[in-house]
Design a protein around this ligand. Structure first.
Ligand code: ATP
Ligand code: MG
Length: 431
């Protein structure tokens, strides 16, 4: 016997019960983005590898070891499954000259691919909602993006997600800090773990983000980037904080917060929860003023963030939420050849009127079909036998109520269903 094929490790099927939850989440996200004036954009899932190397940085974890890259067998081009969306989004904006008439607020949602060790909250195909504002220089857009996240947590009823922010300053400021940091860390070379030794000369800032408890003391005593920021950088950072205070969003300044992508400057932020174990960051972002120029465009300041949908939904479920399961309004059962045609027409007529209809397919006795109707969660069964078909009628049986079955003319079907459903809605406020 041949073995059943399995999905790739770390790449998950999202089965109907979960997929419904995803759709509800996506709908809410769309409404939320509309409220802030963000427009949708969709980019390809495969891009030329150099895009990510240039945008994210050659010595980042993502580019060094997490990318799914391959050679196009036809023309030898190096390609990569996108590990994140910002680089693609900036590429698309530049390719189509979208900033020609001013700044743009854009968003996208979809799968990202990283070759990481799969574990709870960490997958090889995962999904992000990405939000990018390009052409905006002031701290107001940074603050607005943070505030908008808070609103989404509220819309979703999520609790216990806290905000951490930091400023990475400008590249020159980081360079000064970096050389002193390297000097400090080199002076304690014996205390560096292998990861830190590897990063010492490539990406020393990332060492400050180390999760290794044996390095905490060393990290705590390291030169802090914030002490190297100039007046303009500090002013921007204070501007963001003032707006957050105004919006009553509590935040913790975390001087160790650095991002795993090289393109960030000034404001960086993360939304973190303690309820998801080690994978507690549900949303992360910040300013990337240099990226547009770095990818060949006319310089344009920008700010954005991405959230991990799997982590947010896991949190939502952990907090005891249950999503509404989609049920049909009407389940149509039928028996006999003439009845089958009549049922088909009845179902379409009801859909014309806007109802969700499940037409029984596959035959079976009335009794077994009624069981299916009951199990579907529908509120009404439309029953059609040869009698009904011959008289151009339909029998309607309420399934969640002790109301009598009644027989009506075909032409009254949609109106009667509407009235019945509407009555129930009146009874308890919901159907
Ligand atoms: P982490 O530190 O958890 O690896 P990151 O800094 O690599 O995160 P970003 O590139 O900033 O993550 O991506 C933004 C968000 O996307 C993360 O905060 C997280 O919610 C989600 N995310 C990132 N990588 C994964 C993954 N492999 N599986 C699931 N979600 C992920
Ligand atoms: Mg990562």
């Amino acid at each position: 016997m041949s073995q059943t094929l399995q999905a790739i490790r770390g790449m998950n099927d999202i089965l109907p019960a979960d997929a419904e939850l995803w759709e509800q989440f996506e709908e809410q996200v769309r409404d939320w983005l509309r409220a802030y004036g963000y427009l949708p954009i969709r980019m390809p899932m495969v891009e030329p590898t150099p895009l990510f190397a240039r945008a994210i940085g050659e010595v980042t974890d993502i580019v060094e070891k997490e990318m799914y890259s391959f050679t196009d067998g036809l023309n030898g081009e190096q390609l990569t499954l996108r590990p994140e969306g910002t680089a693609s989004c900036v590429r698309a904006v530049l390719q189509h000259n979208l900033l020609y008439d001013g700044p743009k607020r854009l968003w996208y949602m979809g799968p990202m691919f990283r070759h990481e060790r799969p574990q709870k909250g960490r997958y090889r195909q995962f999904h992000q909602v990405g939000v990018e504002a390009m052409g905006f220089a002031g701290p107001d857009i940074d603050a607005e993006q943070i505030v908008m996240c808070a609103r989404l947590w509220d819309d979703l009823g999520l609790e216990g997600i806290r905000l951490e922010i930091n400023s990475l300053g400008q590249p020159e400021e980081r360079a000064r800090h970096r050389s002193e940091l390297v000097a400090y860390l080199s002076g304690h070379a014996d205390k560096l773990d292998t990861d830190a030794q590897r990063r010492l000369h490539t990406n020393p800032l990332r060492i400050l983000d180390s999760k290794n408890p044996h390095m905490q003391e060393l990290v705590d005593g390291a030169p802090k980037l914030i002490d190297y920021l100039g007046e303009a950088s500090l002013k921007h950072f204070e501007g963001v904080q003032a707006l957050l205070r105004e919006a009553a969003i509590p935040c913790r300044i975390n001087p160790r917060l650095v991002r795993g992508l090289d393109y960030y400057n000034l404001t960086v932020f993360e939304w973190v929860t303690d309820q998801l174990g080690a994978q507690g960051t549900v949303c992360a972002g910040g300013r990337y003023d240099g990226l547009v120029a770095q990818l060949g465009g006319k310089p344009a300041p920008a700010c954005g963030f991405a959230m991990g949908i799997e982590r947010l939904l896991a949190l939502w479920l952990d907090q005891g939420n249950r999503h509404a399961v989609q049920v049909p309004d009407v389940y149509v059962v039928h028996q006999g050849e003439a009845a089958a045609l009549h049922a088909f027409r009845a179902a379409e007529r009801l859909r014309d009127a806007g109802f969700a209809v499940h037409l029984h397919c596959g035959g079976g006795s009335f009794k077994s079909q009624m069981k299916k109707a009951d199990g579907s969660g529908a509120l009404l069964a439309a029953i059609i036998g040869d009698d009904e078909a011959a008289a151009n009628q339909v029998s309607l049986k309420p399934l969640r109520d002790e109301v009598e079955q009644r027989r009506i003319d075909f032409d009254e079907l949609a109106d009667t269903v509407g009235t019945l459903l509407y009555e129930w809605e009146d009874d308890d406020g919901s159907i």
